[in-house]
Design a binder for this molecule. Structure first.
Ligand code: WT7
Length: 650
């Protein structure tokens, strides 16, 4: 693709009204933060309400951070009760739209009442502070109510994306030792029903820890309920009080666990805590989205991912914003659904993913052209690098060259946005997330830890702990140290750096360009997947000897998955087309439909090093169509490579 080499400075009209209105003001913030980063974050933490103030703002025992130690607070109180004192109590917190077309609005006062009722219901079932509650729901307001109800009583929520299979749900409930599950009968998706309760029932067969299941009735589907274990949401909430004292929780109390993919077959339970997380998501939401009292903010992510946690639920609600929440698919009933929502609800801020924008481009400009998008004032993207051409399309067709675009880089692990333009102050260039936000210290370094030169590719690291960083991997601190802190361990010169897993480079203006993951994590249509997870699903098939999954670039999805599979001798003569479908179905069962490989290629054996490691790099080069360029001297069996290359199938 051609390089788009342009810059966009903030429009005067936008900058004039922005929270941070000039480049100079932003530099002052950056300087202030780098002079004393801890007191900078203390300043941000004071924007929240605390029951008791902290004694120590920051404690670092490599590689474990604690923020605002001694302080007590509550996420639900900060998102809700704090806004009830004045007129904001009648402001819309959530404007929800179901896929079939119905809408519902919950004011802050109504949302507060629902959350209190749900909190009381959880308490009545015996859920206690420190317990883990799994949430397996679609995009309905009750999913937010459930999260905030957990936060209110000090239960740790573990939201499992509704697209995950029952196997994946089971694994996540078991690993986190969840005592309760909140789910719904079924969810609407592209005109169809996704039967979440049925999947939950299958998962619960292999889960001993869950004692109670609360089921929201979203549809009129017939739903089996297990006596004593299952409770209807509407029944259990009906008798519950609309008031509830929020628990006074220590700053480091675990707010949630969210599973994400790493480079082994087992997903990682990323643990986030309370005070630091809230501080940084509130700060970043206000700064990056320039949130104002009258904004209508629409983020298209699912609450099952970190973007949903930080920038549908916590960030906007902490700021007292109005959010639009949409249940279903962007192309249902037609590919103009988002534009229709923007027009009807007067959306001012729109935050989506590059993979979605690529789909909009494919569907054609005639769809947004049907709608009045003039309410929009700011656009955002997240999840993967955005190609400059896609950025330009977003800028002109959706933003009408009027709206700044914030390309936000962050991760499940970082909890909040780390690198992003500040829209009133940063000159943007298509394809780069620009610079770290004030308070964030990132660098692009070589393997030996020295900083890279301009335009030299290297590894993206964070050099100082930040408030919303993950605290550990739930139940596996060894893996936490290994995955994030072993690449650049503590030295005499520095306290240990966090390794992001991303490759990046920095241009002459200091802007950071993300190149992509350098580990075995891939991003398919905005979903983060570990190739090892998919491989372990494939090898669980009785006819599979070995499997290696690699990604190839894909116009629409960002990356597509190609699975190389070698079969056991017992598979000789079998119909490979049938087997191919069986294997794809197996991945859907073990993980979810979104993880199915796009291609399954059978190979006699896989290329390996002499020590027996599969050479994924070679497979990647094969599927990317670049041919094999690297060193192959450690290959065990050269002929394997040739056969794979020729597309030799059986
Ligand atoms: C990985 C994290 C953060 C919410 C969604 C993804 C990639 C994320 C960008 C961006 C280039 C990006 C990185 C990162 N990524 N945002 N603006 N530009 N790459 O969260 O599932 O934890 O994935 O997404 O590779 O490491 P996640």
């Amino acid at each position: 693709m051609a390089k788009v080499d342009v810059k966009f400075s903030p429009h005067k009209a936008f900058a004039k009204e922005a929270h941070v209105a000039t480049k100079a003001a932003l530099s002052r913030m950056v300087d202030e933060a780098s002079e004393d980063v801890v007191s900078f974050w203390e300043g941000q933490a004071r924007e929240l309400a605390w029951f008791a103030p902290w004694r120590k703002p920051f404690v670092w025992k490599h590689p474990h951070a604690q923020w605002f130690v001694g302080g007590t607070t509550n996420a639900s109180m900060n998102c809700l009760d704090r806004h009830l004192g004045g007129w904001r109590k009648s402001k819309a917190a959530i404007i929800w739209e179901g896929e079939p077309g119905e809408t519902r609005t919950l004011t802050y006062q109504q949302l507060h009442a629902e959350v209190c009722r749900a909190a009381n219901a959880l308490l009545k079932l015996g859920v206690q502070r420190g317990n883990v509650v799994a949430i397996y729901m679609g995009m309905v307001p009750e999913a937010i109510v459930a999260m905030l109800a957990c936060a209110r009583i000090g239960a740790t929520h573990n939201v499992v994306f509704g697209g995950f299979s029952s196997e994946a749900l089971k694994e996540r409930m078991n690993d986190s030792n969840a005592v309760a599950l909140i789910t719904q009968d079924a969810a609407w998706r592209r005109g169809d029903l996704v039967h979440l309760k049925a999947a939950a029932d299958a998962a619960l067969k292999g889960c001993k820890s869950v004692q109670h299941v609360i089921v929201l009735q979203r549809t009129s589907e017939k739903t089996a309920m297990k006596l004593g274990r299952d409770h209807w949401w509407h029944e259990i909430l009906a008798g519950a009080s609309r008031t509830n004292e929020p628990a006074k929780l220590p700053s480091e109390h675990p707010l949630f666990i969210l599973y994400t993919s790493g480079s082994t077959g087992k997903p990682k339970g990323i643990l986030h805590t309370t005070g630091g997380y809230l501080t940084q998501v509130a700060y970043s939401a206000k700064l990056v989205f320039d949130l104002k009292e009258d904004d209508v903010y629409f983020c298209t992510a699912d609450i099952g991912w970190i973007t949903g946690h930080s920038y549908i639920v916590y960030g906007p609600l902490l700021n007292g914003a109005t959010i639009v929440m949409y249940e279903g698919a962007p192309n249902w009933p037609e590919p103009n659904r988002f534009w229709d929502i923007i027009e009807r609800h007067g959306v001012t801020i729109f935050y989506t993913a590059p993979t979605a924008i690529r789909a909009f481009i494919k569907w054609g400009e005639s769809w947004p052209a049907k709608h009045d998008l003039s309410s929009l004032r700011l656009l955002g993207t997240v999840g993967e690098p955005i190609n400059p051409e896609v950025w330009m399309w977003y800028h002109s067709v959706i933003g009408k060259q009027r709206c700044p675009i914030v390309d936000t880089w962050w991760q499940t692990e970082t909890g909040a946005i780390m690198i992003s333009p500040v829209p009133g102050a940063t000159t943007t260039k298509p394809g780069t997330a620009t610079k770290p936000l004030p308070g964030i210290a990132v660098d692009v370094v070589r393997k030996d830890g020295t900083s890279c030169d301009v335009n030299e590719g290297g590894l993206l690291v964070v050099k100082h702990p930040w408030p919303s960083m993950l605290r550990t991997i739930y139940g596996n601190d060894v893996r936490y140290r290994e995955a994030y802190w072993s690449e650049f361990p503590k030295t005499r010169k520095h306290p240990g750096w966090y390794f992001t897993g991303d490759g990046a480079k920095r241009d002459k203006d200091g802007y950071i360009w993300i190149i992509g993951r350098v580990d075995d994590v891939v991003n398919v249509s905005g979903h983060r997947l570990g190739t090892a997870e998919i491989e372990s699903a494939l090898v669980s098939h009785k006819l599979v000897a070995e499997a290696a999954v690699v990604a190839r670039p894909d116009e629409l999805k960002g990356h597509a998955l190609v699975a190389f599979v070698s079969l056991k001798s017992s598979a000789k003569g079998l119909n490979t087309d049938k087997l191919r479908e069986e294997l794809r179905a197996l991945v859907a069962k073990e993980i979810g439909h979104f993880a199915k490989p796009d291609e399954v290629r059978f190979a006699e054996s896989l290329p390996k090093t002499r020590s027996g490691k599969i050479m994924r790099r070679l497979l990647r080069e094969i599927v990317s169509g670049f041919g094999v360029t690297g060193d192959v001297s450690t290959l065990e069996d050269m002929s394997v490579l040739e056969r794979l290359h020729k597309g030799d199938e059986e």
